[in-house]
Design a binder for this molecule. Structure first.
Ligand SMILES: [Zn+2]
Length: 222
């Protein structure tokens, strides 16, 4: 928390790094012929009342080449919940050509993140939390804690874990009911199939992962 506050108070160091697509002039016609243009994708801005995790004046996302993130369920009893929560994102982003943001850890793929289902650090009024250590050059996910004894239907647990995985991707809270990233836990009973991205969740993610000037989100050991 202290480091996050520090990051907000310090003058923006981002000016020390060149903006993408800022070319030095003058340049000769010959050089011009060798240019390879990167045409920015035409992506609408993130939806209203929808936060994006930012540090060092840049939005944060997982470097695409580092996906999928491998998740260790931590306790096999909760595997069906993790399975559905990962599916929510893996299916939801298919139109972006980004399949498999999350997959289970296994013998050949060590975990980027391990879930904690009984964490004494989790505040009593919270069903789940994602822990961060945020600096100017990196946003590090330290872990996800969930209340394994929280007496809610399985679909609601899927919703809660999917929401936390959204934070891991760099999405913040939404103020709009119906979004997966809505800051309040839904009070109605959900079945696992009810949990899906809204159009706004999709657009926020599309904008975020089109940003080439960003702060990388990394795992605890990366
Ligand atoms: Zn949240």
């Amino acid at each position: 928390m202290k480091r996050l506050l520090l990051a907000l108070l310090l003058p923006p160091l981002a000016v020390a790094r060149p903006e993408p697509h800022a070319w030095k002039l003058p340049i000769t016609a010959r050089e011009h012929a060798n240019w390879v243009f990167t045409v920015p994708r035409d992506v609408p801005p993130p939806p209203d009342r929808y936060e994006i995790l930012r540090t060092g004046n840049r939005p944060c996302h997982i470097p695409v080449e580092r996906t999928p993130w491998r998740i260790n369920v931590g306790d096999q009893r909760y595997w069906p919940i993790l399975d559905r929560a990962m599916l929510t994102w893996n299916v939801g982003v298919q139109p972006l050509g980004m399949t498999y943001l999350f997959l289970p850890a296994d013998q050949d793929h060590p975990p980027d993140l391990t879930l904690k289902w009984f964490d004494p650090q989790l505040p009593r009024d919270k069903a789940a939390a994602t822990w961060w250590s945020t600096g100017l050059d990196v946003a590090r996910v330290l872990g996800i804690s969930l209340d394994g004894a929280f007496r809610v239907p399985e679909g609601n647990m899927v919703q809660i874990l999917s929401h936390e995985l959204g934070h891991v991707l760099g999405l913040g809270e939404s103020q709009q009911p119906g979004d997966l990233m809505y800051y309040k836990t839904p009070t109605q009973r959900l079945s696992p199939g009810d949990v899906r991205l809204s159009q706004r969740d999709f657009e926020a993610l599309r904008w975020l992962y089109a940003q080439e000037y960003y702060t990388p989100i990394r795992g605890p050991r990366d």
